[in-house]
Design a protein around this ligand. Structure first.
Ligand code: ZN
Length: 138
């Protein structure tokens, strides 16, 4: 498992726990359980083949990671307490998955540039330069 994947999974547990710690220090366990329940939406990974793919962006791919579902989570975050925390946990989960998608996009772009260094650094020769090159090589 890559460092990025370990960091991603670790943040899924750490960030809800930190939210619970700062928002509800006296009821930390109760709040942490509701916030961590947001990770339950990853059950939709069971519908995909393979279940886990390190280069795949979850947002828009898995059914519980689509815009209609996210709107339900945002609505849940505006309701009363226990479900508000669940909605917040779901939105935190979606935000972390979104950050992971951005990270994957950045890695893919840097790989594309590094595999084509000639095109990135040197422009195509101008017609005048090509004519000069032809005169000296023929
Ligand atoms: Zn997810």
């Amino acid at each position: 498992m890559s460092l990025g994947a370990v960091l991603h999974l670790g943040l899924h547990a750490l960030l809800p726990a930190l939210f619970a710690w700062f928002l509800f220090p006296k009821r930390f366990l109760w709040a942490a359980c509701w916030l961590l329940a947001g990770c339950a939406i990853d059950v939709d990974h069971l519908l995909a083949t393979p279940i886990y793919s390190p280069g795949r962006c979850s947002l828009g791919f898995h059914p519980l990671h689509t815009l209609p579902a996210i709107l339900v989570y945002a609505t849940l975050a505006l309701t009363n307490k226990p479900f508000r925390l669940l909605g917040l946990g779901l939105l935190v989960h979606i935000a972390l998955d979104g950050i992971d998608c951005l990270r994957m996009t950045c890695i893919a772009r840097s790989d594309a540039v590094s595999t084509q260094p000639d095109k990135a650094i040197r422009p195509d020769p101008t017609p005048a330069r090509a004519i000069l090159l032809n005169q000296f090589t023929t």
